[in-house]
Design a protein around this ligand. Structure first.
Ligand code: UD1
Length: 428
């Protein structure tokens, strides 16, 4: 397995192009199943998760072309042309779903278009149990019959889905997306109450509307969808990745540097910008994006709690902790979305961080410096927090299990090296 080696302690300065957002691209790709006409998506990041979902779409009968070339679902380009002229299989098999939980996003589109779907239950993952009960209850509200059997969800609605009121007991990004995609082809009007408000939800609504759907209110907690008989093809550009932008802003902050994040948008940064500002860094709007700079000498301690958007995102929690490990004082980080998302803590401790855990809260006592060490991580954001710590640390850090980073960070080494990072990828 490949490793990333970083020799830390260098101040980063330069420009990074922010990629299209993985978490926007995945539901947008699933939306291609809703129409028999092509959906062309621009600004698609080159990531393992994108390839996995493309393989799943091919399994359902779609053709996937990258920049005009049919590559059998093995994507890796900037533009994807997804064409589900015919759905040849409504089963999402275990072998693909187990690789990536977001595969469950095909459930809503398949039931909506085909009246049935059989999707492997995704099971838990390293950061928690992550059930999909909200997705299933929501589909039941729209008239689907749900049966769980042999590790699969069978959803059927032979006469089509019917619009209804769906009130989520708590906010779920994936359930909101799945229900939006199911409701666009339902008969009548659906109202999603307590819906997720993430910018990725707005991106999905924009794309669905470009395909002929009638979705309003995305970005608020009440989304209204008037069902239509069919959707047509469309072109859509995937929004930029706010978590990638936040991660590189944290890289600038932790090394006392300055990085221009091309394509990043301040209106999407919300609580990330607030937390970085409190820690002594700031964003400045520049013509094509944002400039992230640390403007005070030391890193200031900050208390954060993860929340659904517009709160502080759980997907930035580990990166923020790497930064706060070097603060002038004690910070707290409370994880309120996932129950087991502190696996980076023992690894950061191996690099000299002083972090203690009390339930879902981490208390971080800032240290003057971190030191390099061999480390491993168990999920995407945990891995990148180790990259950030290593960039600031004295000495050399080897980070194992790079495949976690490949799931969510496009060309990480190639983006950081021109900013002055001493970073290389070593083949196994
Ligand atoms: C999405 C993101 C992920 C991010 C998360 C929270 C994608 C592909 N992934 O994941 O990067 O960390 O939002 O911002 O966009 N839950 C249930 N039952 C359900 C659904 C969710 O109990 O039916 C729980 C989850 O276990 C979790 C919480 O609700 O504790 C929020 O999860 P959710 O917003 O659904 O996350 P995902 O859509 O899986």
């Amino acid at each position: 397995m490949d490793k990333i080696r970083i020799r830390g302690g260098l101040r980063l300065k330069g420009t990074i192009n922010i990629s299209g957002a993985k978490n926007a691209a995945l539901p947008l790709m699933a939306a291609s199943l809703l129409s028999d006409e092509p959906l062309v998506l621009g600004n698609i990041p080159h990531l393992a998760d994108i390839t996995t979902l493309a393989q799943l779409l091919v399994n359902h009968g779609a053709t996937v072309e990258t920049n005009g070339h049919d590559d059998g679902g093995n994507t890796g380009g900037r533009e994807l042309r997804l064409h589900a002229a015919r759905i040849t299989s409504t089963t999402a098999p275990y072998d693909i779903v187990r690789k990536m939980r977001a595969s469950v996003l095909v459930l809503g589109p398949l039931v909506a278009r085909m009246g049935e779907a059989k999707v492997s239950l995704p099971g838990g993952c390293a950061i928690g149990a992550r059930p999909i009960d909200l997705h299933l209850k929501g589909l039941e509200n729209l008239g689907a019959r749900i049966v769980l059997e042999d590790g699969y969800v069978h959803a059927s609605a032979p006469k089509g889905l019917r619009g209804n009121e769906v009130r989520f007991p708590f906010v779920s990004v994936g359930a909101t997306e799945n229900l939006m995609m199911a409701a666009v082809l339902a008969q009548g009007t659906t109202v999603l109450d307590n819906a997720a408000r993430e910018p990725e939800i707005m991106d999905l609504a924009d794309c669905l509307n470009a395909m002929g759907a009638k979705v309003s209110g995305a970005g608020s907690s009440r989304i209204e969808i008037q069902g239509v008989a069919r959707l047509h093809g469309a072109q859509h550009r995937v929004m930029s990745d706010r978590i990638e932008a936040g991660t590189y802003a944290a890289a600038a902050a932790v090394t006392g540097g300055e990085i221009d994040l091309i394509g990043a948008r301040l209106e999407h940064m919300g609580a990330i910008a607030v937390a970085l500002a409190e820690s002594g860094s700031h964003f400045e709007v520049i013509p094509d994006g944002l400039r992230a700079t640390r403007h005070v000498r030391g890193i200031q301690p900050v208390d954060i709690t993860t929340q659904p958007y517009p709160g502080f995102p759980t997907d930035m929690q580990a990166q923020m902790m790497a930064l706060l490990a070097l603060a002038n004082g004690a910070s707290t980080v409370t994880e309120a979305i996932f129950e087991n998302r502190f696996m980076h803590v023992p690894e950061l401790a191996r690099m000299g961080a002083r972090i203690s855990l009390q339930g879902s809260t981490a208390i971080i006592r800032g240290v003057e410096s971190l030191h390099g060490a061999p480390v491993m991580a168990t999920d995407l954001r945990a891995s990148v927090s180790l990259v950030l710590a290593a960039l600031a640390a004295k000495g050399e850090t080897d980070i194992g299990r790079v495949y976690h980073l490949d799931r969510g960070y496009e060309r990480l080494v190639e983006k950081l090296a021109p900013c002055g990072a001493d970073i290389e990828r070593l083949p196994a």
